[in-house]
Design a protein around this ligand. Sequence first.
Ligand SMILES: Cc1cc2nc3c(=O)[nH]c(=O)nc-3n(C[C@H](O)[C@H](O)[C@H](O)COP(=O)(O)O)c2cc1C
Length: 187
Amino acid sequence: MTTSDLIKNRRAIYPQQFGDTDISENDIKEILQNANHAPSHKLTQPWFFKVYQNDSKMELAKSMVLHYEQNSNSKNIDFKAKKIIDKCKKSNCIIVIFMNRDINESIPEWEEIASTAMAVQNMWLTCVDKKIGCYWSTPGYIKNMKDYFKLNSNQRCLGFFYMGHFNHSDKNKSERNNVLDKTEWFK
Ligand SMILES: Cc1cc2nc3c(=O)[nH]c(=O)nc-3n(C[C@H](O)[C@H](O)[C@H](O)COP(=O)(O)O)c2cc1C
């Protein structure tokens, strides 16, 4: 696949669309290696990850439900709790995404968030290449999961990356507005 094809085939693929096959440990390691090649100002390399599979994944699911329930005043709590559990069951692997804020604040925080997002894009594109479907989920309750993840005050959870097998040729390319409408070009 060319780079442009890889980028245009990338989609948010949700767990109900995932196949049952296991994702190999080698593939997960390559996805993480590629994340690690993202650029960062002053090379702070602010991203770090926790990988959940099997029983630990379902423990994580229980904690997500607990934190969701503590933060929600919705009338549909049971429905949403079941959805969280189902998403985790259907995912072969969940990578939780974190950012380590430079203790010296040598660069602005937004640059470290931007670098972590670039790391996630590297993961996402590698997944397309490996026929792994995935999406980045950023529920509001992640800000309350610091204790569960044993984070320091300078560390922050930036979401969940749900993964499972998927053939991207089954999916249409995503629609976008015309980039030339949002580009000023000085020739
Ligand atoms: C930073 C970020 C956070 C996201 N958070 C969520 C989320 O919480 N829930 C969700 O369903 N999708 C989430 N997404 C996925 C987007 O909704 C999805 O990428 C978008 O609809 C475009 O579709 P595409 O990725 O298939 O092109 C997130 C994407 C990004 C980049």
